[in-house]
Design a protein around this ligand. Structure first.
Ligand SMILES: Cc1ncc(COP(=O)(O)O)c(C=O)c1O
Length: 380
């Protein structure tokens, strides 16, 4: 028996949706992509959504759409997948890391504030906080900070479709709804909530950013607002863009998967409750700040003998994972020399963190087996 830390669930309806699209006239970007964008925007409550071939491409387009230039500086968290920081490097920007909160594991706004205030005005251009594990960043607070210092905000919501927090007006704010962040980016890698094989979505409430993203997604080519028009075939390339398109059959899969996400997120939270009940008072797990609902891509605990537990679980068929090796310690970032704040919370977290299996089709029996093995190891 092997229990992965995360896995997709592809139903018969998902397969039917893909097969139908394969038989249609469109394989690459077509009507299903448009439908997926509309459904996704409605789901998170944003005005616009732009489908892309993965979240890394979405992050790249986001920093481009916001006009990030070589040498400009952006703050992010070290506890994330490398792609969050890499998008800054793609355009020659500098990555500055701030520390995480030791309990929620999210980018700590106090550490970000201290970093910003230690530098002259205009030193930074933006902040990319991450809804790590599916736990929403309090973007209302980040927006206040960003506005004060004239910074843009990209929400890396790769882990978080279905997560939300309640703001100071008691209004529910879905991850990616665009009310506080300029742009949000989601991932449809199979280990995440919605599987497209590869895929991603950028959401925003800004028409200007939306139009910019659409242009950059397809080579910077458009038939709108052309300087000339030689005939029906004619188009213009206005910007240096990319081919970051999603295919229509991936979008068909995405639409079908999206319809099951509310149920999936609920199930993930039921699984999280069982872990919490079993570990309460014995093992530290990620905190849930007041007024937050975690979409639970991951369930993370902290233990002293992390390598011991990792090896023990793997020997017993439980393929626990580590999220993440701090990005500033990866050889590439070490080589270029990371900038930023003191990162002792991230360092301490990395020495202890381990992610237990978390996905809607995890059975009760499998979960009890995991809990039993973790407690056995801890009590030894
Ligand atoms: C926080 C975060 N951001 C971005 C990405 C990149 O996603 P993709 O694999 O869709 O490019 C990931 C993927 O693991 C991620 O975890």
């Amino acid at each position: 028996m092997k229990i992965p830390y995360g896995r997709q669930h592809i139903s018969d309806e998902d397969i039917k949706a893909v097969v139908e699209t394969l038989k249609s006239d469109y394989l690459t970007q077509g009507p299903k992509v448009k439908e997926f964008q509309e459904e996704f925007a409605r789901y998170v409550g944003a005005k616009y959504a732009v489908a892309v071939n993965n979240a890394t491409a979405g992050l790249h387009l986001s920093v481009l759409a916001l006009g990030l230039k070589p040498g400009e500086r952006v703050i992010t968290t070290p506890i994330t997948f490398a792609a969050t920081a890499n998008c800054i490097r793609y355009v020659g920007g500098e990555v500055w890391f701030a520390d995480i909160d030791p309990d929620s594991y999210l980018l700590d706004i106090e550490s970000v504030k201290k970093l910003i205030e230690s530098k002259p005005k205009g030193f930074f251009k933006g902040i990319i906080p991450v809804d790590f594990s599916g736990l929403p960043i309090n973007l209302e607070e980040y927006r206040k900070l960003a506005s004060k210092h004239n910074l843009w905000l990209i929400e890396d919501a790769a882990h978080a479709p279905g997560g939300f927090f309640t703001d100071s007006n008691r209004e529910k704010q879905n991850c990616g709804n665009g009310n506080y962040a300029d742009l949000a980016v989601f991932s449809f890698h199979p280990v995440k909530h919605i599987a497209c094989g590869e895929g991603g979505m950028v959401t925003t409430n800004s028409k200007e950013l939306y139009e910019n993203l659409m242009l950059l997604r397809t080579h910077g080519i458009t038939k709108d607002n052309m300087e000339e028009n030689h005939g029906g075939w004619y188009y213009e390339m206005k910007e240096l863009g990319f081919n970051y398109r999603l295919t229509d059959f991936q979008a068909a899969l995405g639409i079908s998967q999206l319809s099951k996400n509310p149920k999936g997120v609920k199930k993930r939270n039921e699984i999280a409750e069982k872990y919490k009940n079993a570990f309460n008072g014995k093992i530290k797990y990620q905190s849930l700040p007041e007024n937050s609902y975690n979409a639970h891509h991951l369930f993370v605990i902290e233990v002293n003998n992390r390598k011991g537990l990792y090896d023990f679980l793997h020997e017993n068929g439980i393929l626990a994972q580590i999220h993440y090796i701090p990005v500033n310690t990866l050889p590439y970032y070490k080589k270029i020399g990371y900038n930023g704040a003191e990162l002792s919370n991230a360092e301490n977290y990395y020495s202890k963190c381990i992610s237990l299996p978390m996905y809607p089709t995890l059975t009760n029996q499998e979960q009890y087996y995991i809990i039993e093995k973790v407690l056995t190891f801890i009590n030894e």
